[in-house]
Design a binder for this molecule. Structure first.
Ligand code: NAI
Ligand code: MG
Length: 476
């Protein structure tokens, strides 16, 4: 990429992590073998195999659910203040082992160490601290006499492996439930270190069980008759399958699915600040973010100015080794995801949008995609409608606030949106009209354990985080 400064390499040391050649399942407080065929997890930046990981068969899932059921009796009977002690302990151990977790997350996922170190892992610890604080105050949460649901079956994706684990496990445990969690097949390693953290915290056996494997293992968790609550984050397609599997049972369900968020820039916005927000909105975590600002809606009168400034800014982004502390853009998580991003981007071009990327050298090995901006995008184009889940921005324009609202809401999704303007009244006017679970004003991709997160329409239902996040794990 165009070098404004020369940067010396600044790699974070891998020595803080001790990756074992193979990993088992975590069931009833022990690491055990899985009966399915083990799979390999790779470093997407190099394609090097990191470890072999067990596959849980439906029998293995059954053992995990039984362990969770047995532990539910013990765990749910503990006073909230006792459960809180364990959660605080887990939060503190996460902080103590933060560097190890950040390096391992970057190795297994491909995200820059700057993000895993400064965003993912601190948020993971914050989430456990936050819900630890609720464990003995549930009676004041407004959901009546607090009663846990039982065993929660949780299936999570690969884009924020440890953070999604925290979003699922922390509120479940705080409310007195026990869990069986299945991490994604391309990023299982930090969940397995988390299992070790549970042991270190002397969490009673069976309260947390981690079963690794692919979609079939996930389906076994979701479909198990003794699971009381299902929580899923991932694709809308699999979300639909799960909704069908759960329909007609008395399982409670929350789904957090895809998005195609509008990041809306008005002519009175501070341009440099908005450009930083556009970059953070779509290039954070290589765009593997369900709430990514993948559609830029820019007011026509400032289009040229904003785009010129954006191109200039993108030319300074550094793509490469995720473990280098100066890296802004890391690797795409898998060959499959790279193929999807490529095919949707090619479609964007063939449908008539103009494609631009900064000069950018991609490493020879691994899965990489340059930051990409499409202009001349119409609402009917595939790249304005489908979730690309990669570093690809589609730019559309508008003239009036009403047109901005209409275009922003013209999507099957409704997870998030961003507004950039100097005017407070316009922020409120827009926020009232946008059909999105989260609306950011003059910022984007800001997360806090105290604020609820979740979608409308095909982005799913239920809320995670904050007081609202407790509702999903209580019998209300
Ligand atoms: P996916 O939805 O297939 O995978 C998410 C999780 O669900 C994984 O743990 C997977 O093993 C599990 N799973 C797959 N099939 C299942 C089934 N039938 N029953 C239960 N669990 C099952 O997502 P994938 O294939 O990794 O990505 C495909 C697309 O989905 C991406 O390109 C992106 O557009 C979207 N996606 C959205 C995410 C979000 O946070 N909203 C996260 C991951 C992907
Ligand atoms: Mg991996």
């Amino acid at each position: 990429m165009m070098a404004i400064f020369e940067y010396a390499p600044a790699p974070e040391s891998r020595d803080v992590v001790d990756i074992r050649p193979s990993y088992g399942l975590f069931v009833n407080g022990e690491f055990v073998d899985g009966s399915g065929t083990p799979f390999k997890t790779v470093n997407p930046a190099t394609e090097e195999t990191l470890a072999e990981v067990a596959t849980a068969s439906s029998d293995d899932v059954d053992r995990a659910v039984q362990a969770a059921r047995k532990a539910f009796g013990v765990w749910s009977a503990l006073p909230g203040a006792e459960r809180a002690k364990y959660l605080f302990r887990i939060a503190r151990i996460i902080q103590e082992r933060a560097r190890e977790l950040a390096v391992l997350e970057s190795l297994d996922n491909g995200k820059p160490i700057r993000e895993s170190r400064d965003v993912d892992v601190p948020l993971v610890a914050a989430h456990f601290f936050y819900y630890a604080g609720w464990a003995d105050k549930l009676a004041y949460a407004g959901f009546g006499e607090p009663r846990p649901l039982g065993v929660a079956g949780q299936v999570i994706p690969w884009n924020f492996p440890l953070l999604m684990l925290a979003w699922k496990i922390a509120p479940a445990l705080a409310c007195g439930n026990t869990v069986v969690l299945k991490p994604a097949e391309t990023t299982p390693l930090t969940a397995l270190v988390f299992a070790d953290i549970c042991r270190q915290a002397e969490l009673p056996p069976g309260v947390v069980n981690i079963v690794t494997g692919a979609g079939e293992t996930g389906a076994a968790v979701v479909g198990h008759p003794d699971v009381d609550k299902v929580a899923f984050t991932g694709s809308t397609e699999v979300g639909r399958i799960i909704a069908r599997a759960v329909a007609g049972t008395d399982k409670k369900l929350t789904l957090e699915l895809g998005g195609k968020a509008a990041n809306i820039v008005f002519e009175d916005a501070a341009v440099d600040q908005a450009v930083e927000g556009i970059v953070n909105g779509i290039f954070f975590n290589q765009g593997h973010v369900c709430c990514a600002g993948s559609r830029l809606l820019v007011q026509e009168s400032v289009q040229e100015e904003v785009l010129e400034s954006l191109r200039r800014r993108l030319s300074t982004l550094r793509l490469g080794d995720p473990l280098d502390k100066n890296t802004d853009i890391g690797a795409i998580n898998s060959a499959e995801q790279l193929a999807k991003i490529r095919s949707l981007s090619d479609l964007g071009e063939s449908e008539g949008a103009q494609r631009w990327s900064p000069a950018c050298e991609l490493p020879d090995k691994g899965f990489w995609f340059p930051p990409t901006v499409f202009t001349g995008v119409a609402q009917s184009h595939s790249i304005a409608r489908a979730e690309i889940f990669g570093p690809v921005l589609s730019v559309l324009t508008f003239r009036t606030p009403a047109e901005a609202v209409e275009k922003a809401n013209n999507t099957p999704y409704g997870l998030s949106a961003g507004i950039w303007t100097e005017k407070g009244s316009r922020i409120l006017w827009m926020a009232d009209r946008l059909r999105a679970g989260v609306v950011w004003a003059n910022t984007f991709n800001k997360f806090d354990p105290a604020s609820p997160f979740g979608g409308y329409k095909e982005s799913g239902y239920g809320r995670e985080g904050g007081l609202h996040g407790l509702e999903a794990y209580l019998d209300v």
